[in-house]
Design a protein around this ligand. Structure first.
Ligand SMILES: *Cc1c(COP(=O)(O)O)cnc(C)c1O
Length: 427
Protein backbone atom coordinates (compact mmCIF):
# COMPACT_ATOMS: atom_id res chain seq x y z
CA UNK A 1 0.00 0.00 0.00
CA UNK A 2 2.92 2.36 0.59
CA UNK A 3 3.09 3.24 -3.12
CA UNK A 4 -0.46 4.65 -3.07
CA UNK A 5 -1.70 8.10 -2.11
CA UNK A 6 -3.44 8.72 1.18
CA UNK A 7 -6.98 8.76 -0.28
CA UNK A 8 -6.43 5.26 -1.65
CA UNK A 9 -5.02 4.09 1.69
CA UNK A 10 -8.20 5.32 3.43
CA UNK A 11 -10.29 3.07 1.23
CA UNK A 12 -8.10 0.01 0.74
CA UNK A 13 -5.31 0.16 3.33
CA UNK A 14 -4.82 -2.39 6.08
CA UNK A 15 -6.38 -5.39 4.38
CA UNK A 16 -5.88 -7.02 1.00
CA UNK A 17 -8.11 -10.06 0.51
CA UNK A 18 -6.76 -13.16 -1.16
CA UNK A 19 -8.57 -15.19 -3.78
CA UNK A 20 -12.12 -15.98 -2.65
CA UNK A 21 -11.73 -14.12 0.65
CA UNK A 22 -14.24 -11.54 1.94
CA UNK A 23 -14.04 -8.13 0.27
CA UNK A 24 -14.85 -6.33 3.53
CA UNK A 25 -12.61 -6.94 6.55
CA UNK A 26 -13.84 -9.96 8.51
CA UNK A 27 -15.02 -9.33 12.08
CA UNK A 28 -13.24 -11.99 14.09
CA UNK A 29 -15.86 -12.23 16.80
CA UNK A 30 -13.91 -14.55 19.07
CA UNK A 31 -12.23 -14.02 22.39
CA UNK A 32 -9.85 -16.88 21.82
CA UNK A 33 -7.98 -18.95 19.23
CA UNK A 34 -7.38 -22.68 18.97
CA UNK A 35 -4.01 -24.47 18.76
CA UNK A 36 -3.00 -28.07 18.14
CA UNK A 37 -0.34 -28.28 20.83
CA UNK A 38 0.66 -26.47 24.00
CA UNK A 39 4.08 -25.90 22.43
CA UNK A 40 2.49 -23.91 19.61
CA UNK A 41 0.78 -21.71 22.16
CA UNK A 42 3.92 -21.44 24.29
CA UNK A 43 5.75 -19.87 21.35
CA UNK A 44 3.10 -17.17 21.17
CA UNK A 45 3.39 -16.46 24.88
CA UNK A 46 7.18 -16.18 24.51
CA UNK A 47 6.66 -13.76 21.56
CA UNK A 48 8.71 -16.28 19.54
CA UNK A 49 5.95 -16.73 16.96
CA UNK A 50 3.36 -14.30 15.63
CA UNK A 51 -0.26 -15.15 16.12
CA UNK A 52 -3.35 -14.66 18.22
CA UNK A 53 -4.28 -16.28 21.47
CA UNK A 54 -6.58 -13.95 23.39
CA UNK A 55 -8.49 -10.88 22.15
CA UNK A 56 -7.56 -8.77 25.20
CA UNK A 57 -4.05 -8.64 23.68
CA UNK A 58 -4.66 -8.81 19.95
CA UNK A 59 -7.40 -9.58 17.46
CA UNK A 60 -7.05 -9.84 13.65
CA UNK A 61 -9.85 -7.31 12.95
CA UNK A 62 -8.27 -4.74 15.25
CA UNK A 63 -4.87 -5.34 13.66
CA UNK A 64 -6.20 -4.72 10.13
CA UNK A 65 -7.70 -1.39 11.19
CA UNK A 66 -4.62 -0.40 13.22
CA UNK A 67 -2.55 -1.26 10.16
CA UNK A 68 -4.66 1.10 8.01
CA UNK A 69 -4.20 3.98 10.48
CA UNK A 70 -0.49 3.13 10.64
CA UNK A 71 -0.27 3.49 6.85
CA UNK A 72 -2.20 6.77 6.93
CA UNK A 73 0.18 8.25 9.51
CA UNK A 74 3.29 6.80 7.86
CA UNK A 75 4.22 4.81 10.97
CA UNK A 76 6.01 1.51 11.61
CA UNK A 77 3.53 -0.14 14.01
CA UNK A 78 0.15 0.66 15.57
CA UNK A 79 -2.47 -0.62 17.98
CA UNK A 80 -6.11 0.19 18.74
CA UNK A 81 -7.35 1.02 22.22
CA UNK A 82 -10.83 1.25 23.72
CA UNK A 83 -10.77 5.07 23.78
CA UNK A 84 -8.63 8.12 23.12
CA UNK A 85 -8.08 8.40 26.86
CA UNK A 86 -6.61 4.88 26.92
CA UNK A 87 -4.41 5.71 23.91
CA UNK A 88 -2.88 8.78 25.57
CA UNK A 89 -2.48 7.01 28.91
CA UNK A 90 -0.74 4.01 27.33
CA UNK A 91 1.45 6.14 25.06
CA UNK A 92 2.83 8.07 28.04
CA UNK A 93 2.84 5.30 30.65
CA UNK A 94 4.69 2.96 28.25
CA UNK A 95 7.80 5.10 28.80
CA UNK A 96 7.13 7.28 31.88
CA UNK A 97 6.57 5.57 35.23
CA UNK A 98 6.57 6.48 38.91
CA UNK A 99 9.39 8.97 39.53
CA UNK A 100 9.50 10.16 35.91
CA UNK A 101 8.59 13.51 34.40
CA UNK A 102 6.88 14.61 31.18
CA UNK A 103 6.74 18.02 29.46
CA UNK A 104 3.26 18.70 28.04
CA UNK A 105 1.61 21.56 26.19
CA UNK A 106 -0.98 23.22 28.42
CA UNK A 107 -3.30 23.60 25.44
CA UNK A 108 -4.75 20.08 25.33
CA UNK A 109 -8.07 18.28 25.68
CA UNK A 110 -9.53 18.66 29.18
CA UNK A 111 -9.74 14.90 29.70
CA UNK A 112 -6.06 14.52 28.86
CA UNK A 113 -5.15 17.40 31.17
CA UNK A 114 -7.03 15.69 33.99
CA UNK A 115 -5.40 12.34 33.21
CA UNK A 116 -1.95 13.93 33.41
CA UNK A 117 -2.35 16.54 36.15
CA UNK A 118 -4.49 14.49 38.55
CA UNK A 119 -4.58 10.75 37.87
CA UNK A 120 -1.07 10.12 36.54
CA UNK A 121 0.28 12.51 39.16
CA UNK A 122 -1.20 10.15 41.77
CA UNK A 123 0.73 7.36 40.04
CA UNK A 124 3.94 9.30 40.59
CA UNK A 125 4.39 10.75 37.08
CA UNK A 126 5.09 14.47 37.25
CA UNK A 127 4.11 16.89 34.46
CA UNK A 128 5.35 20.36 33.58
CA UNK A 129 2.83 22.21 31.41
CA UNK A 130 4.18 24.72 28.91
CA UNK A 131 2.46 27.11 26.53
CA UNK A 132 2.21 25.83 22.94
CA UNK A 133 3.70 29.24 22.11
CA UNK A 134 6.72 28.69 24.38
CA UNK A 135 10.06 29.85 22.98
CA UNK A 136 12.88 27.33 22.54
CA UNK A 137 14.47 28.64 25.75
CA UNK A 138 11.22 28.28 27.71
CA UNK A 139 10.77 24.77 26.34
CA UNK A 140 14.32 23.74 27.19
CA UNK A 141 13.91 25.11 30.71
CA UNK A 142 10.98 22.73 31.32
CA UNK A 143 13.15 19.59 31.03
CA UNK A 144 14.51 17.71 34.04
CA UNK A 145 17.00 14.84 34.26
CA UNK A 146 14.05 12.44 34.68
CA UNK A 147 12.03 13.78 31.70
CA UNK A 148 10.90 10.88 29.50
CA UNK A 149 8.62 12.43 26.87
CA UNK A 150 7.10 15.60 25.41
CA UNK A 151 3.36 15.73 24.64
CA UNK A 152 1.16 18.06 22.58
CA UNK A 153 -1.92 18.21 20.32
CA UNK A 154 -1.57 19.17 16.63
CA UNK A 155 -4.76 21.26 16.93
CA UNK A 156 -5.90 21.53 20.53
CA UNK A 157 -9.46 20.69 21.56
CA UNK A 158 -11.17 23.12 22.28
CA UNK A 159 -8.64 26.00 22.18
CA UNK A 160 -7.77 25.40 18.46
CA UNK A 161 -4.12 26.33 19.04
CA UNK A 162 -1.72 24.82 16.48
CA UNK A 163 1.39 23.03 17.77
CA UNK A 164 4.75 23.98 16.25
CA UNK A 165 5.61 20.30 15.86
CA UNK A 166 9.16 20.88 14.55
CA UNK A 167 10.00 23.13 17.51
CA UNK A 168 8.64 20.65 20.04
CA UNK A 169 10.34 17.71 18.28
CA UNK A 170 13.68 19.53 18.28
CA UNK A 171 13.48 20.25 22.02
CA UNK A 172 12.46 16.64 22.74
CA UNK A 173 15.24 15.16 20.64
CA UNK A 174 17.89 17.49 22.07
CA UNK A 175 16.97 16.04 25.46
CA UNK A 176 16.95 12.44 24.21
CA UNK A 177 13.22 11.82 24.55
CA UNK A 178 10.40 11.22 22.04
CA UNK A 179 7.62 13.62 21.05
CA UNK A 180 4.08 12.26 21.42
CA UNK A 181 1.44 14.11 19.36
CA UNK A 182 -2.33 13.69 19.68
CA UNK A 183 -3.43 14.14 16.06
CA UNK A 184 -7.18 13.70 16.63
CA UNK A 185 -8.43 17.00 15.20
CA UNK A 186 -6.60 17.25 11.84
CA UNK A 187 -6.41 13.45 11.25
CA UNK A 188 -3.61 12.19 8.95
CA UNK A 189 -5.58 13.61 6.02
CA UNK A 190 -4.62 17.15 7.04
CA UNK A 191 -1.38 16.59 8.98
CA UNK A 192 1.03 13.72 9.49
CA UNK A 193 3.08 14.68 12.57
CA UNK A 194 5.67 11.96 11.89
CA UNK A 195 6.74 13.87 8.77
CA UNK A 196 7.55 16.83 11.06
CA UNK A 197 9.54 14.86 13.63
CA UNK A 198 6.93 13.34 15.99
CA UNK A 199 7.81 9.86 17.28
CA UNK A 200 4.47 8.62 18.59
CA UNK A 201 1.04 9.69 17.30
CA UNK A 202 -2.19 9.11 19.20
CA UNK A 203 -5.85 9.43 18.23
CA UNK A 204 -9.27 9.54 19.71
CA UNK A 205 -10.81 7.60 16.80
CA UNK A 206 -14.15 8.55 18.38
CA UNK A 207 -13.92 11.82 16.47
CA UNK A 208 -13.38 12.22 12.70
CA UNK A 209 -12.00 8.72 12.08
CA UNK A 210 -15.24 7.07 13.12
CA UNK A 211 -16.98 10.29 12.14
CA UNK A 212 -20.53 9.14 12.78
CA UNK A 213 -20.69 9.33 16.60
CA UNK A 214 -21.02 5.55 16.65
CA UNK A 215 -18.00 4.18 18.56
CA UNK A 216 -15.60 5.38 21.24
CA UNK A 217 -12.06 4.29 20.37
CA UNK A 218 -8.39 5.18 20.24
CA UNK A 219 -5.17 4.39 18.40
CA UNK A 220 -1.41 4.65 18.99
CA UNK A 221 1.05 4.78 16.07
CA UNK A 222 4.81 4.49 16.50
CA UNK A 223 6.99 6.12 13.84
CA UNK A 224 9.73 3.58 14.57
CA UNK A 225 12.32 6.37 14.39
CA UNK A 226 13.27 6.80 18.04
CA UNK A 227 16.50 5.01 19.00
CA UNK A 228 15.63 3.73 22.49
CA UNK A 229 18.95 1.91 22.86
CA UNK A 230 20.86 5.17 22.35
CA UNK A 231 19.20 6.41 25.58
CA UNK A 232 18.99 3.01 27.27
CA UNK A 233 19.49 4.49 30.75
CA UNK A 234 16.36 6.63 30.30
CA UNK A 235 14.13 3.82 29.04
CA UNK A 236 14.83 0.70 31.14
CA UNK A 237 11.35 -0.64 30.34
CA UNK A 238 12.31 -0.97 26.68
CA UNK A 239 16.05 -1.55 27.01
CA UNK A 240 16.42 -4.05 29.89
CA UNK A 241 14.84 -7.51 30.28
CA UNK A 242 11.12 -7.54 31.19
CA UNK A 243 10.78 -10.02 34.06
CA UNK A 244 7.02 -10.06 33.57
CA UNK A 245 7.58 -11.22 30.00
CA UNK A 246 10.11 -14.04 30.09
CA UNK A 247 13.09 -11.70 30.23
CA UNK A 248 12.52 -10.13 26.82
CA UNK A 249 14.35 -6.88 26.04
CA UNK A 250 11.89 -5.19 23.67
CA UNK A 251 14.30 -2.78 21.97
CA UNK A 252 16.74 -5.62 21.22
CA UNK A 253 14.23 -8.22 20.08
CA UNK A 254 11.86 -5.99 18.11
CA UNK A 255 14.10 -3.09 17.09
CA UNK A 256 13.15 0.55 16.67
CA UNK A 257 10.11 -0.29 14.54
CA UNK A 258 8.53 -2.84 16.88
CA UNK A 259 9.66 -2.23 20.46
CA UNK A 260 7.19 0.46 21.56
CA UNK A 261 3.96 -1.13 20.31
CA UNK A 262 5.01 -4.66 21.30
CA UNK A 263 5.75 -3.56 24.87
CA UNK A 264 2.55 -1.52 24.99
CA UNK A 265 0.54 -4.57 23.90
CA UNK A 266 2.39 -7.23 25.88
CA UNK A 267 2.49 -5.24 29.14
CA UNK A 268 -0.09 -2.48 29.26
CA UNK A 269 -2.87 -4.11 27.25
CA UNK A 270 -2.26 -7.37 29.11
CA UNK A 271 -2.51 -5.66 32.49
CA UNK A 272 -5.02 -2.82 31.95
CA UNK A 273 -7.07 -4.43 29.18
CA UNK A 274 -8.40 -1.34 27.41
CA UNK A 275 -8.93 -3.25 24.16
CA UNK A 276 -11.26 -2.08 21.40
CA UNK A 277 -13.93 -4.62 20.51
CA UNK A 278 -13.56 -6.12 17.00
CA UNK A 279 -17.11 -4.89 16.24
CA UNK A 280 -16.06 -1.34 17.00
CA UNK A 281 -12.90 -1.76 14.93
CA UNK A 282 -15.11 -2.85 12.00
CA UNK A 283 -17.35 0.21 12.38
CA UNK A 284 -14.29 2.45 12.74
CA UNK A 285 -13.01 1.06 9.46
CA UNK A 286 -16.27 2.00 7.71
CA UNK A 287 -15.60 5.55 8.89
CA UNK A 288 -11.98 5.46 7.72
CA UNK A 289 -13.10 4.47 4.21
CA UNK A 290 -14.61 7.93 3.72
CA UNK A 291 -12.31 9.96 6.02
CA UNK A 292 -10.63 11.84 3.16
CA UNK A 293 -13.98 12.76 1.58
CA UNK A 294 -15.53 13.88 4.87
CA UNK A 295 -12.51 15.88 6.11
CA UNK A 296 -12.55 18.02 2.99
CA UNK A 297 -16.22 18.86 3.54
CA UNK A 298 -15.82 19.44 7.30
CA UNK A 299 -13.03 21.94 6.56
CA UNK A 300 -14.89 23.62 3.70
CA UNK A 301 -17.96 24.10 5.91
CA UNK A 302 -15.87 25.36 8.83
CA UNK A 303 -14.12 27.94 6.63
CA UNK A 304 -17.48 29.25 5.40
CA UNK A 305 -18.96 29.28 8.91
CA UNK A 306 -15.85 31.00 10.37
CA UNK A 307 -15.99 33.66 7.64
CA UNK A 308 -19.72 34.23 8.26
CA UNK A 309 -19.23 34.52 12.04
CA UNK A 310 -16.28 36.93 11.66
CA UNK A 311 -18.50 39.23 9.62
CA UNK A 312 -21.41 39.14 12.10
CA UNK A 313 -21.88 42.11 14.44
CA UNK A 314 -23.35 39.73 17.06
CA UNK A 315 -20.01 37.90 17.37
CA UNK A 316 -17.14 39.17 19.50
CA UNK A 317 -14.31 36.91 18.30
CA UNK A 318 -13.74 33.78 16.21
CA UNK A 319 -10.99 31.17 16.64
CA UNK A 320 -10.27 29.09 13.55
CA UNK A 321 -6.72 28.39 12.37
CA UNK A 322 -7.81 28.38 8.74
CA UNK A 323 -8.98 31.99 9.03
CA UNK A 324 -6.67 34.72 7.81
CA UNK A 325 -5.64 36.84 10.79
CA UNK A 326 -6.11 34.00 13.30
CA UNK A 327 -3.26 33.83 15.82
CA UNK A 328 -2.35 30.35 14.50
CA UNK A 329 -2.89 30.99 10.79
CA UNK A 330 0.82 31.04 9.93
CA UNK A 331 1.43 27.72 11.71
CA UNK A 332 -1.69 26.32 10.05
CA UNK A 333 -0.35 27.33 6.61
CA UNK A 334 2.81 25.36 7.36
CA UNK A 335 1.41 22.24 9.05
CA UNK A 336 -2.16 22.17 7.68
CA UNK A 337 -1.97 23.47 4.11
CA UNK A 338 -5.01 21.48 2.96
CA UNK A 339 -7.31 22.44 5.84
CA UNK A 340 -7.34 22.16 9.62
CA UNK A 341 -10.54 20.71 11.10
CA UNK A 342 -14.29 21.30 11.27
CA UNK A 343 -14.38 22.88 14.73
CA UNK A 344 -14.78 26.63 15.11
CA UNK A 345 -15.01 28.42 18.45
CA UNK A 346 -16.40 31.90 18.92
CA UNK A 347 -17.69 34.35 21.50
CA UNK A 348 -21.21 35.78 21.34
CA UNK A 349 -21.60 39.45 22.28
CA UNK A 350 -23.55 39.69 25.54
CA UNK A 351 -21.57 37.11 27.48
CA UNK A 352 -22.68 33.88 29.06
CA UNK A 353 -26.43 34.56 28.91
CA UNK A 354 -26.32 35.48 25.22
CA UNK A 355 -24.29 32.34 24.38
CA UNK A 356 -26.80 30.10 26.18
CA UNK A 357 -29.75 31.83 24.56
CA UNK A 358 -28.20 31.65 21.09
CA UNK A 359 -27.62 27.92 21.35
CA UNK A 360 -31.21 27.26 22.38
CA UNK A 361 -32.36 28.67 19.04
CA UNK A 362 -30.08 26.53 16.85
CA UNK A 363 -32.02 23.91 14.92
CA UNK A 364 -29.32 22.01 13.01
CA UNK A 365 -26.49 22.44 15.51
CA UNK A 366 -27.46 20.08 18.33
CA UNK A 367 -26.18 20.64 21.87
CA UNK A 368 -23.86 17.69 22.56
CA UNK A 369 -20.70 16.77 24.42
CA UNK A 370 -19.04 15.79 21.17
CA UNK A 371 -17.17 17.10 18.16
CA UNK A 372 -16.09 15.83 14.77
CA UNK A 373 -19.29 14.10 13.81
CA UNK A 374 -21.02 14.11 10.41
CA UNK A 375 -23.87 16.01 12.11
CA UNK A 376 -23.22 19.56 13.31
CA UNK A 377 -23.12 19.92 17.07
CA UNK A 378 -22.18 22.58 19.58
CA UNK A 379 -21.35 23.04 23.21
CA UNK A 380 -21.23 25.91 25.67
CA UNK A 381 -18.25 24.77 27.78
CA UNK A 382 -19.04 27.24 30.61
CA UNK A 383 -22.36 25.52 31.28
CA UNK A 384 -21.23 21.96 30.42
CA UNK A 385 -17.67 20.58 30.52
CA UNK A 386 -16.36 23.53 32.56
CA UNK A 387 -19.45 24.27 34.66
CA UNK A 388 -17.67 23.76 38.00
CA UNK A 389 -15.49 26.83 37.25
CA UNK A 390 -16.45 30.43 38.03
CA UNK A 391 -15.94 33.18 35.44
CA UNK A 392 -12.47 34.14 36.75
CA UNK A 393 -11.30 30.51 36.57
CA UNK A 394 -12.77 30.16 33.09
CA UNK A 395 -10.91 33.20 31.86
CA UNK A 396 -7.66 31.93 33.39
CA UNK A 397 -7.80 28.78 31.23
CA UNK A 398 -8.91 30.63 28.09
CA UNK A 399 -12.42 29.13 28.01
CA UNK A 400 -14.39 32.37 28.24
CA UNK A 401 -17.96 32.39 29.59
CA UNK A 402 -19.23 33.53 26.17
CA UNK A 403 -17.35 30.84 24.20
CA UNK A 404 -19.30 28.47 21.96
CA UNK A 405 -17.61 25.42 20.43
CA UNK A 406 -19.27 24.69 17.10
CA UNK A 407 -18.35 21.49 15.26
CA UNK A 408 -19.31 21.73 11.60
CA UNK A 409 -20.72 18.55 10.17
CA UNK A 410 -20.93 17.66 6.50
CA UNK A 411 -24.35 19.17 5.85
CA UNK A 412 -24.81 22.00 3.34
CA UNK A 413 -22.86 25.06 4.51
CA UNK A 414 -25.67 27.40 3.40
CA UNK A 415 -28.09 25.62 5.75
CA UNK A 416 -25.64 25.82 8.65
CA UNK A 417 -25.11 29.53 8.05
CA UNK A 418 -28.85 30.20 7.81
CA UNK A 419 -29.34 28.33 11.10
CA UNK A 420 -26.58 30.35 12.78
CA UNK A 421 -27.96 33.60 11.38
CA UNK A 422 -31.52 33.02 12.69
CA UNK A 423 -30.18 32.03 16.15
CA UNK A 424 -27.90 35.09 16.31
CA UNK A 425 -30.83 37.32 15.31
CA UNK A 426 -32.74 36.21 18.40
CA UNK A 427 -30.19 37.54 20.90
C1 LIG B 1 -11.93 13.36 22.63
C2 LIG B 1 -10.49 13.53 22.71
C3 LIG B 1 -9.68 12.67 23.49
C4 LIG B 1 -10.29 11.57 24.35
O1 LIG B 1 -10.81 10.60 23.52
P1 LIG B 1 -12.01 9.60 23.94
O2 LIG B 1 -12.13 8.74 22.73
O3 LIG B 1 -13.20 10.44 24.25
O4 LIG B 1 -11.52 8.84 25.14
C5 LIG B 1 -8.32 12.85 23.48
N1 LIG B 1 -7.76 13.84 22.75
C6 LIG B 1 -8.49 14.68 21.99
C7 LIG B 1 -7.81 15.74 21.20
C8 LIG B 1 -9.87 14.56 21.95
O5 LIG B 1 -10.59 15.41 21.20
Amino acid sequence: MSEYRINTKCVQGGYTPGNGEPRQIPVVQSTTFKYATSEDMGKLFDLEAEGYFYTRLQNPTNDMVANKICQLEGGAAAMLTSSGQAANFYAVFNIANCGDHVVASNSIYGGTYNLFAVTMKKMGVDFTFVSPDATEEELNAAFKPNTKAVFGETIANPALTVLDIEKFAKAAHEHGVPLIVDNTFPTPINCRPIEWGADIVTHSTTKYMDGHAACVGGCIVDAGKFDWMKYADKFPGLCTPDDSYHGITYAEKFGMGGAFITKCTAQLMRDFGSIQSPQHAFILNLGLESLHVRMARHCENAMKVAAFLSASDKVKYVNYPGLEGDKYHELAKKYLPNGSCGVVSFGVKGGRAAAEKFMKFLKLGAIETHVADARTCCLHPASATHRQMNDAELEACGVYPDLVRYSCGIEDAEDLIADLAQALDQI
